[in-house]
Design a protein. Sequence first.
Lengths: 422, 422
Amino acid sequence: MSLEDLGRRARIASRQLALASTERKNQALRAMADGLEQQRAAILQANQEDVEAARRSGLSEALIDRLLLNEKRLSGMAADLRRLAELPDPVGERFDETTLPNGLHLYRQRVPLGVLGVIYESRPNVTLDVAGLCVKTGNAAILRGGSETLRSNRALVDVARAALQTQDLPLDAIQFIDDPDRARVLELLKLHEYVDVIIPRGGEALHRFCREHSQIPVITGGIGICHLFVDESANLEKSLAVIHNAKTQRPSVCNALDVVLVHQAIAASFLPRLVEHLGRDGVTFRAEPRAWACLTSLPSEQRAWVQPAGPNDFDTEWLSLVLSLKVVDSLEEAIAHIIAHSTAHSDGILTGNAENARRFVAEVDSAAVYVNASTRFTDGGQFGLGAEVAVSTQRLHVRGPMGLRELTTYKWVAEGDYHVRE
Amino acid sequence: MSLEDLGRRARIASRQLALASTERKNQALRAMADGLEQQRAAILQANQEDVEAARRSGLSEALIDRLLLNEKRLSGMAADLRRLAELPDPVGERFDETTLPNGLHLYRQRVPLGVLGVIYESRPNVTLDVAGLCVKTGNAAILRGGSETLRSNRALVDVARAALQTQDLPLDAIQFIDDPDRARVLELLKLHEYVDVIIPRGGEALHRFCREHSQIPVITGGIGICHLFVDESANLEKSLAVIHNAKTQRPSVCNALDVVLVHQAIAASFLPRLVEHLGRDGVTFRAEPRAWACLTSLPSEQRAWVQPAGPNDFDTEWLSLVLSLKVVDSLEEAIAHIIAHSTAHSDGILTGNAENARRFVAEVDSAAVYVNASTRFTDGGQFGLGAEVAVSTQRLHVRGPMGLRELTTYKWVAEGDYHVRE
């Protein structure tokens, strides 16, 4: 099937799915979870073939772990789908309802975005995650997964489409680009007649590629160079705990901490404690010269955890147990550093000074700005959105965690009695 | 100044303007209105030179009227700026404020979008309109006007920047691309490091160009192929009045009516009345064969207002006193026609049947959907938004009239007591 055909079918299916009742969509999600369990053997078999092919082609074990499915992961996916079925349906919700002075009854009503093009990399669980979120919100999806999980994704897409069929919902609402050629991605990005939004889920290179080549609006994000600034009034004991959490609780994700900025008044006392406290749990450090100078008196086994910062070490999303350290002279310098180096994902201040907190919140314009809290909270689940599609670091439509509501748009509805404009 | 420099300056200025108080921004708007009046002679002189150059280059009088400024238009622009100063400031507004079960205090706070690139065509009034809207919402703007109004725009930008200066606000918040070379537009569309959103204000070709070439999110819109469907239960007398209003009240704008669909059960009686009623006021008609067949018995002077519809007559935004007519067999056929041919701007049904109205509203997914009202209501002022930046026909961020609030985004702010994620 050509990509154009696939787009046309998705568009038609999206109109049918947009009209489906909440109950029917939820039944389809439950059927998807059931199907996942029933087709377990076939899915694991397909995944095994992907894993073997990846191993033959020399993929690292870390990357292979990302594409691996097993009983536990499948059960987790099924549980997620069943939980999604329980969440409220944003479609149809009315808001800003009013009757204008001329008697015209006006409101905005949430409707699905339409057709989403989702481009992702190795993890095959994204396939059913996206399929489920789209069914829930009445959107059709065109999925483009990584070539190394083609067999797994085929099996998972079969489950999703079979689940739609059980509820008489259009199979074409879940489309899969079953062709590993990268030229298809470029074609998808030009398919503006049939696709309403592109959501990349992957690394920085994928997001940049989409931004540069798409003729369709793109929701980019997911790249976080995250900062915490410890000012001179912070509770240092508690600050250590927050930094430890932000850095080590799950270092491989976008809201994990990358850089600690420390006010010069406390740097000499705080930085050695920081290195000792986090280094014990495997964190290593990149210190710029003034931070390095505060760490010279560390015992040598602790000093081994620290190295001088290189030229890119304040512009790197570590995704691992590395932390960059810098001393600043003032709140102003901390804010200026964050504006210059952060990806506007999640940045925070640790402080006992309300005026410093107020200024930090006003001037740091990141998707999530924290006062005395870990950056790890930037998450749809943590923020009470129920589900998370992606974390946006762009400014239009959605910033930060993207929940179910952000997979919708609205239309204006005006009901009159043969009203004319004066 | 290179476009890169101009972008960098706009970015820096946008950060300062984002922090300006509501009162200061409003004072700058009032200073802009005052400056417009004080600089009247210079502005009109510059405009006169633009008009003379346009006349020498053979522009039509209709187009020249679009670029003409006069005392009355300047007074209107000044009044608009003073009215804008009175509207509420969306920046800083908190919403979705909550305290999570773990005690973390969470809210979303409105912040400016940042730097807007606005590309427009002949009307010079857009220059101060956009400058005013941006100052009000704390956004910096990079303006790219039409080459035929370069002198007028220079004079107007001077007024805007002088007004910022009176309030110690950064002049660089209003940037103007003072170079008629079209290559600059392409450069602007690639300036993603410094520009957050592109807003084209012009014809379809400009919107397509931006969509195809921009690496920055674009808010497209303003193109309306608008429909009204008269079903078999409509009050025909009142329907005539609504259609008359939608077609003739201001035919040159995007929410003016382009196509009337008539249910076959009433076509023979309604269409001749429609032609008689609107034709008297200068409307001419393009009728597809079944509509044409209903009009054969018209007196010949009325039949002269009608011609058979050509192949593109149901895919044309008329922007003039032309109306396309089509007979349909059913509500389903009307909806299918609208989905296939409308630009999803403004479409409506005229009906006495609540179930038909419900189905129409559910299935027609246009930015504004009407029941028994004129399409002319799609307007920020009419919808109570206070001001209108543009009318969006895309699905992300804003649909339909774009008001002040839609020139903002939000950030999440989380305030804790050294909270860590479990």
